[in-house]
Design a binder for this molecule. Sequence first.
Ligand SMILES: Cc1ncc(COP(=O)(O)O)c(C=O)c1O
Length: 474
Amino acid sequence: MDSRISARALASALGGWRTREPAYEALADGIRLLCLDNRVAPRTTLPAERELAAVLHLSRSTVAAAYRSLRETGHIASLRGSGSVTLPLGRREPGRAVAFDGMIDLQQASPPAWPGLAGVMAEVAATAPALVARVGYDVLGRIELRRAIAERYTRRGIPTEPGEVLVTTGAQSAIHLIASVLIGRGDRVLVETPTYPHAVDALRRAGARLVGVPVTTDDGWDLDRAEQAFARTLPVMAYLMPDFQNPTGRSMTSREREALLLAGERAGSVLVLDETTADLDIDRPPLAAGFDRSEPGTVVRIGSLGKTVWGGLRVGWVRAEGDLIRRLVAARPAHDLGTPEFEQAVATNLVERFEDVIGQRAALLGEGRDALVGVVRERLPTWRVPEVHGGVSLWIELDAPLSSGLVMAARAEGVLLSAGARFSIEGGHDRHLRVPFTAPPADLVRAIDVLAGSWTTVRAGAPAGVVERAGAVV
Ligand SMILES: Cc1ncc(COP(=O)(O)O)c(C=O)c1O
């Protein structure tokens, strides 16, 4: 046993678990999904039956039956004296992150590699003798790449010097490094909800207490809540995605950018803007980058080639004042000893011809989005499909809060998705499903066919109150 999860934390992570009858099977499914999403790690001790029953307002026999079901499917083992402990997922588990042949994996919203990438890699490979002559441990990033990144920011209207850029092994590594430098245990950090789950994991590991600000596909950022949260909790940091927010696909208006910058400055917070998806513009009207005219040190930007070029390249960066860059460089060796030279050389070449790269991405993502919107509207007309102009996914509103039940049912049919709750910080979003449009259109059509079948079954099996209450609210 490595760790334990309290009854309260498990109940919060479960969110709207009551997706079908009998209740004990719905509860067991909810816990299975948490294991499959790695939100409850293997070898975690679950709460005692009595404690979980009290928090969920269930009888102890219902929880006992759920644990029995989990034992039968190999998700937990119950040992005398140690309680019930989650087990590593079995190889045949349909929800494993690795998809088997014939499965459609929509858990990650990542487009295929930019078609010119292999050619660029071959060109760079031809310069291998010069590359291997370098020292190789590069915690700051090679000057040619930092200069190319700085020039691109400057062209976007954000004047930048190479000394204000640090190259990392992807945006995730940048988030983790920034969190470890800026956050102390118990510090408040403001995040959007829904948000990008791996950022939440990194912030929590750094000790952050998260404060959520709602973002919706229809109304964008809840500025009243945001202003109150900044003023009341004085967060040390806010983690925001202004452009094509993951998962909603929404972009901040100029007014939202200005209001959040002002509220952050008043609270003395550092605003960390994750722009990993910012260049994935399909057909958005022109919009200034915003967050300018800020006090020095208020705004930190994170970028990446993960979605624009290829997730496997593992090159990202931080743009910040020189002082913070120096602190990040000093802290970095505890995490990793630099970004690989080969990948940096490839990235330099790509950033220099970035307009070609993003032109191809707009066409690819536009095709995926149109195919997905069309097939969802046709096959699932009761779902609300938002209008998005870029990014990687649709944050679809279902006509009942049964996202987790749907994801479990679809997994059994070979379609892997993440339920709405995966993108929340404290449970909820059970009425939403993130569907990436990064897969080939034919796969998207096949996946929605499966979802349409599963949705009929999941709705039919849901407790009457869940579906009817949902109908009244819509
Ligand atoms: C908003 C956001 N930030 C960061 C990342 C991680 O990016 P990278 O692959 O560069 O680590 C992702 C990837 O899904 C993302 O969507």
